[in-house]
Design a protein around this ligand. Structure first.
Ligand code: UD1
Length: 418
């Protein structure tokens, strides 16, 4: 089991090239099975979740090879429609394959994704939507069995703009008969890029980025070449690392248009942000950060739940009281206990956390319990006095490519310990 060992106190100074987005590459890799062709995907981050997705693709019969950040996926010999329990348990978001498999084979068998570290994470919206496309679904022995004679387009209203459910509908409906209209669809940049990828393959989808997506079914799709968009959450995590150390950072290969909700908060905390289209420069105050009155997590374009925990680390040493309201996942405050161990003053009541800024954090042995909560502990450790050990590096590796290398290059004292 590996850990990160961080000696706090160094200012972060330098430049980081932002990795490709984890939440973009996963649905796009799932989409490659639809075309039965050769696909070249550029800018794939080297992450544990991407490696698990590659295993799922291989398990279904695809050939996948990697050349640095380029993935070659050939889905011409795909023959499987089952995702076994072992793979499903490693990555809950494998559920994103369901829509693509059912479209390709008219049947799909996937293991029921269990609860996970950040909450219950039901899949009722995914299943309800597939039923509306004509899929018959039954559950037995921990597996979900799906079957359909012919997928037929229709009107689907999502009770909540779920990212995964919107993506599953797009994957299932792009070769269905007729037109599918999704209302209250998720509007995340990753949905827009999935539309772009599917349309490049020959699909006829419009409206992504708004809350109504129209999908006109087509008969065939073709293998394509595509580049994964920059990871806005990894980018904001590195901005947090700069902010908490009073540092200066140039982020390259970023889409600043995707970052507004996060950079607005950093400005409120006293950081200077200069953004160009593909670059963001942050210059943080030498003294204390200001508190931020209220951070409320919301679907895009609101403040992302994924960056709530790293920003809580910032507010824990800010000047005053900050309030966080977590609206998306019910169990996304698991980092709080660990931040308190480092000297933070945080009180949680249900979905609300009240953070009273303290003068400084102190080092401790802390445990990452989920991906973004783990990243928050690294952010906190950068400012803490002494040496902090963050156990369970495996969670952080799910979403950050070589985080210790990027941070070390910017003057931070961090290493991985097995
Ligand atoms: C995706 C992201 C994740 C991010 C989240 C919210 C990927 C791989 N993961 O997760 O990093 O934190 O969006 O921005 O892209 N819900 C239901 N029923 C469902 C589906 C969802 O009740 O069938 C609820 C969830 O419990 C949660 C909310 O809807 O409370 C949002 O979930 P969703 O948008 O689906 O998140 P994911 O796609 O799982």
């Amino acid at each position: 089991m590996s850990s990160f060992v961080v000696k706090g106190g160094n200012r972060l100074e330098g430049e980081i090239d932002v990795q490709g987005a984890k939440n973009d590459v996963l649905p796009i890799l799932a989409a490659t099975i639809l075309n039965g062709g050769k696909n070249v995907i550029h800018n794939c981050p080297d992450l544990r979740d991407v490696n698990i997705t590659i295993e799922v693709l291989k398990n279904l019969g695809c050939s996948v090879t990697k050349q640095g950040r380029i993935l070659f996926v050939d889905s011409s010999d795909i023959n499987g429609y089952t995702i076994p329990d072992t793979l499903m348990r490693q990555m809950r978001s494998s559920i994103i394959f369901l829509g693509a498999i059912i479209s390709k084979f008219k049947k799909a068998v996937v293991s029921m994704p269990g609860g996970c570290e950040i909450g219950n994470r039901p899949i009722d919206l995914h299943l309800k939507a597939l039923k509306q496309l004509g899929v018959k679904i039954s559950e037995s022995h921990g597996y979900i069995n799906c079957e359909v004679d012919k997928l037929e387009g229709g009107n689907i209203h999502l009770d909540f703009p779920s990212v995964g459910a919107t993506e599953n509908i797009m994957l299932a409906a792009c070769m269905a008969e007729g037109i599918t209209t999704v209302t209250n669809a998720a509007r995340e940049p990753e949905i827009v890029d999935l539309e772009c990828f599917l349309n490049r393959m020959g699909a006829k989808i419009s409206g992504s980025g708004s809350d109504v997506i129209k999908i006109e079914g087509v008969k065939r799709l073709y293998g394509v070449e595509h580049t994964i968009i920059p990871d806005r959450i990894a980018a904001a995590t590195y901005l947090s690392c700069a902010a908490i150390t009073g540092g200066q950072l140039i982020l390259r290969h970023v889409n600043s248009g995707h970052m507004d909700a996060m950079t607005a908060v950093l400005k409120e905390m006293g950081c200077k942000i200069y953004d160009e289209r593909n670059r963001i420069i942050i210059s943080s105050p030498k003294g204390k950060l200001k508190n931020v009155k209220r951070i409320v997590t919301m679907p895009y374009p609101g403040f992302p739940t994924d960056i709530q925990s790293p920003f809580m680390s910032l507010s824990s040493i800010s000047d005053g009281t900050s309030v966080f309201v977590e609206n998306i996942f019910e169990n996304r405050f698991q980092h709080v206990e660990e931040l308190v161990r480092m000297g933070a003053d945080i009180k949680v009541d249900g979905r609300i956390a009240v953070v009273q800024g303290v003068n400084k954090l102190s080092s401790a042995r802390v445990v990452a319990k989920d991906l973004r909560g783990g990243a928050a502990l690294i952010v906190a450790a950068l400012s803490a006095e002494g040496v902090t050990t963050v156990e369970n590096a495996k969670y952080i590796d799910r979403g950050y490519e070589c985080i210790e290398r990027y941070l070390s290059m910017c003057g931070v004292n961090i290493k991985r310990e097995e």
